[in-house]
Design a protein around this ligand. Structure first.
Ligand code: GLC
Ligand code: MG
Length: 253
């Protein structure tokens, strides 16, 4: 039995990562609550949902109150109980972000079906795109945005959702921003996810990464193409996979 590693920060996606298996969620919540009180562990949710849609889920699933909330695929950060997107974060996203021009370009693609208005955010434009045409449409859209010199990142998740965000405004960059702010070591940080919009959580630093057993093909493929010993693909699903990964990295017994 070796020593445990200190867990300073746990970042997790919500749908199909933290949430999806109620029994394991209750077990993990119990552990995280204890870790927060005993070791000061910070908890951050990083979700594709809007803040309003997050709040509905938080009530329905009795989620622990996080120390910071990253919503709308990384483009909004709410520290503690702030009601405003973190101003220093907004400053970073706003440069060369021309939402109207991006919407105009995307409207040329008949296959891109806009998501409901509640999911359209100041720094996030979202569509549905069928998997059968995604491989053709995404590079064309990317090319057009590049030609127009627009600062944008395209993220395709779950073989269904296509988000356009300011580049550098994804979940992974939002986590780097918070780690800097809180001065937290990546080796004491865990990031957890299941789908395409979580890839950025794993790709910038050396945070310990847990990919839950039910992960979508786009994240599994990325994991296979980027093998490193600080990422772990769990067998168990959702919160059960997070618990498994925390044990694997020896953050818990
Ligand atoms: C969430 C959001 C949606 C987004 C998707 C993938 O489901 O509600 O707008 O496209 O995540 O990032
Ligand atoms: Mg998810």
């Amino acid at each position: 039995m070796g020593l445990l590693t200190h867990l300073s920060l746990l970042v997790t996606d919500l749908d199909h990562t933290l949430v999806g298996d109620d029994r394991s969620l209750a077990q993990l919540n119990h552990l995280l609550d204890r870790y927060r009180q005993t070791y000061g562990t910070k908890i951050v949710y990083a979700t594709g949902r809007s803040k309003t849609s997050y709040q509905e889920l938080a009530i329905a699933k009795s989620l622990l109150t996080p120390d910071a909330l990253i919503v709308s695929v990384g483009t909004e950060i709410y520290l503690n109980a702030a009601t405003e997107n973190e101003p220093a974060w907004v400053d970073r996203l706003i440069a060369n972000w021309h939402r109207d021009r991006i919407v105009a370009i995307a409207s040329r693609f008949a296959d891109l079906e806009p998501q409901p208005p509640a999911e359209q955010r100041p720094f996030k434009v979202s569509y549905y795109l069928s998997a059968s045409v995604a491989a053709a449409v995404v590079p064309q859209l990317q090319e057009l945005l590049l030609q127009q010199d627009l600062n944008a990142e395209i993220i395709y998740s779950g073989s269904r959702d296509l988000d356009i965000l300011p580049s550098g405004g994804d979940k992974g960059q939002a986590v780097q921003f918070l780690r800097d702010r809180w001065q937290i070591d990546p080796l004491e940080t865990v990031v957890c996810g299941d789908s395409g919009n979580d890839i950025s959580l794993f790709k910038y630093g050396k945070e310990r990464g847990i990919i839950v057993g039910n992960a979508q093909s786009e994240l599994r493929l990325w994991y296979e193409l980027h093998p490193v010993n600080y990422h772990y693909l769990a067998v168990a699903e959702c919160a059960g996979g997070i618990l498994e990964g925390l044990k694997y990295f020896r953050f818990v017994e």
